[in-house]
Design a protein around this ligand. Structure first.
Ligand SMILES: [Zn+2]
Length: 470
């Protein structure tokens, strides 16, 4: 199955600040070519990047960044893709537009202003220029880690504007005025515009999103929303589709011109892949305190069960040093022993994939289940495994995986339950246990309204499925 953009006329989201979202978001504006340039549409931390490898990804970016969208749309089918013009050429054929890009950065420990600017790819001359022009207003020898800057560079690579923020709201602004510059106190003005990106994964989600000009930050945010459902380093398959409705943040200059800064919040996201279909909605139960929910109002966050069985008595806790009952030596016990009679059912503490089901030395009969977010759970000393259970099976939370026994090094029937996180043993008592809270009953109606608007915006009619076999 292949998803294809329909023609070149796409329903673009009308650009509007987030404040207006929730009331109504209009759909159906026609693509125009007056958007910002390719460079400014690309990630601000990667200034000047105009590489859009359309060969590996079919997808569209809908927003003010229509030039980018056009570049991404071009190869609509595989045959055309193979002989596709390079992205650079596709870009070059687009009408010229004023190119202005914003670069945002932060002062780090030990930085001088110049070092920080150069780290962000800005010209060597900018540091001295800014320091000279802002003399009397701010002394950059007093720069501190965490200070923030936004440099706006014009089409010829000259500094157009420079903002230096000593706090979230306070700072100075250097603006070009005629042949010189002017300094004033500043409060950064950012506006956010809603935008949509959708595509098909070829090799990785990151590459696919970047080939559409989205910043790596967006892919990261997307992956973390679905971290409970999908392991993006393992579960992603070629042909998986995704859609993201998100805010793009622009800094606004005094003349009203805007320069793209970075992605803001993701408002809705969808992943339809071999591993399943997942949807998340951003919703603020209280103003300013939002979370991600599934369309049914439950949280995207899932939890691990406390114990791998219904009834069991903890006979030994997790500890970094205990006297081993059989070996009679002091050594760490990286698990929790639950004593129970032979044959007591043992279940998986969360959804996951069986990655081991065999004898393993002192562990006896061992089952290992890999979960999302880098967790693996171990169930040792089993008397036997659940019927039909085998490696690479997907198991659900509370699904039977085996029965309590005394196999391996064990003084009595128990299950030794262990967990690792990123390959290291962790105390199973300390792993995330509380699933995120669902939308409260009071907010249900509001949530449903928001959800329907966001999903309509997210879905649009940009892509449709084509069955290649037909
Ligand atoms: Zn144990």
């Amino acid at each position: 199955m292949l998803l294809r953009p329909i023609g070149t006329r796409v329903g673009a989201l009308a650009s509007k600040p987030m404040a207006a979202l929730g009331a109504a978001v209009s759909i159906g504006a026609v693509l125009s070519f007056a958007g910002p340039d390719l460079a400014s549409a690309a990630d601000a931390s990667n200034p000047g990047s105009t590489q859009f490898s359309v060969n590996s990804t079919i997808g569209v970016l809908v927003s003010g960044d229509v030039r980018l969208a056009a570049a991404a749309i071009a190869p609509a089918d595989d045959a055309a893709t193979r002989g596709a013009p390079s992205a650079a050429r596709a870009a070059a054929e687009l009408p010229p537009a004023a190119v202005r890009r914003a670069v945002e950065g932060e002062i780090r420990r030990g930085d001088t202003l110049s070092v920080a600017l150069r780290r962000h790819g800005l010209p060597r001359s900018f540091g001295p220029l800014v320091a000279r022009e802002m003399r009397g207003h701010f002394d950059f020898r007093k720069s501190q880690p965490g200070h923030h800057f936004i440099a706006v560079v014009d089409e010829s690579g000259e500094l157009f504007e420079f903002r230096y923020l000593t706090s979230k709201t306070d700072g100075f602004r250097l603006r070009r005025l005629g042949n010189g510059y002017q300094v004033e106190r500043d409060e950064a003005t950012l506006v956010s515009r809603v935008s949509r990106i959708s595509g098909i994964v070829d090799t990785s989600l990151y590459e696919s999103m970047q080939s559409l000009g989205a910043s790596p930050q967006l892919a990261q945010d997307f992956a973390s929303i679905f971290a409970w459902d999908l392991d993006f380093s393992r579960s992603v398959r070629q042909g998986d589709g995704y859609k993201v409705l998100y805010e793009r943040l622009y800094s606004v200059a005094d003349d009203g011109s805007e320069a793209y800064l970075r992605p803001g919040r993701i408002l809705a996201a969808q992943y339809d892949g071999a591993a399943g279909d997942f949807t998340a909605i951003y919703f603020e139960e209280e103003e300013g305190r939002g979370s991600y929910y599934r369309p049914d109002g439950t949280s995207v966050e899932r939890s691990f069960l406390l114990a791998p069985m219904q009834y069991g008595r903890i006979s030994s806790r997790y500890s970094s040093a205990r006297r081993h009952p059989i070996l009679k030596v002091t050594r760490p016990h990286y698990g929790i022993d639950y004593a129970a009679s032979v044959g007591t059912p043992v279940w998986a503490v969360a959804d996951g994939e069986v990655i081991y089901r065999a004898r393993a030395g002192g562990f006896g009969n061992l089952v290992k289940v890999r979960h999302m977010n880098g967790y693996v759970s171990y169930y040792a000393h089993l008397s036997r495994y659940a019927n039909g259970l085998s490696v690479s099976d997907h198991v659900h939370q509370k699904q039977l995986i085996g029965y309590v026994g005394q196999s391996g090094l064990a003084t009595g029937p128990h299950v030794c339950f262990r967990m690792t996180h990123q390959g290291k043993y962790v105390d199973p008592m300390q792993v995330p246990r509380s699933a995120g809270r669902p939308v409260s009953p009071l907010s249900t109606h509001l949530f449903e309204g928001t959800r329907d608007i966001l999903l309509a915006e997210l879905g649009g009619s940009l892509l449709f499925a084509v069955d290649e076999a037909l």
